[in-house]
Design a protein around this ligand. Structure first.
Ligand code: GDP
Ligand code: MG
Length: 187
């Protein structure tokens, strides 16, 4: 997988505040996730009680035995300086979005544009949460936006609280990495 077959590799979960990054890492981490949450002083961006100011950290062993380090970025733009720090050395990035946000497509563009230069070509997967809620955008809206930009990025409908959904995001990303290394057997 991208060179060092036995090394632990790093996957970064990013996306706006409230998209489910902290939840997703907690859903699949085998260790008690490290969190850096403080009381949310930015209720204009999102009404939730607490928010991540440093990063989230978790760990997952894949079925093939590879260990993956999972990092979650802070979502707020004022912590943008953390994105390149956390993105450095990442094998791939998972962008999580909240489909009920009217600006979710612009948020996707913002995070995809920020992280594309930090990862090997194409190593991005988008996870769209809450798309079944009334008034939400559908996953096809996100897929169409990426396609219109000539970006080949898989879009999955997910619930970040569901370990199976989050594992599927990680699996999709590792399939991309394996196909890039031409060693994998993903469909
Ligand atoms: N319905 C639904 N709620 C979610 C989903 N992901 C996260 N949440 C909830 O949204 C809130 C914010 O999630 P959090 O993980 O803190 O978002 P973060 O800012 O991206 O780290 C929490 O109360 C989660 O339980 C999802 O996919 N669907
Ligand atoms: Mg968080």
């Amino acid at each position: 997988m991208t060179g060092a077959e036995d090394a632990e590799f790093k996957i970064v979960f990013t996306g706006p505040m409230g998209a489910g990054k902290t939840t997703a890492i907690a859903a699949i981490s085998e260790i008690e996730p490290v969190r850096t949450e403080v009381a949310n002083s930015d209720r204009d961006s999102h009404a939730k009680e607490s928010t991540t100011v440093g990063f989230d950290f978790g760990r997952l062993t894949l079925p093939g035995g590879h260990a993956v380090r999972l990092y979650g970025t802070p979502g707020q733009a004022r912590f943008r300086f953390m994105w390149s720090i956390l993105g450095r050395g990442a094998a791939g990035v998972i962008v999580l979005l909240d489909a009920t946000r009217p600006d979710a497509l612009a948020q996707m563009d913002q995070f995809v544009d920020a992280f594309l230069p930090l990862v090997p070509a194409g190593a991005i997967v988008v996870g769209v949460g809450r798309s079944s809620e009334p008034g939400a955008l559908g996953s096809e809206d996100f897929a169409a936006r990426l396609e219109a930009r000539d970006l080949v990025v898989p879009v999955l409908t997910i619930d970040a609280r569901e370990p199976r959904d989050v594992r599927l995001l990680v699996h999709t990303l590792t399939c991309i990495l394996e196909s890039q290394a031409s060693t994998g057997s993903c469909p």
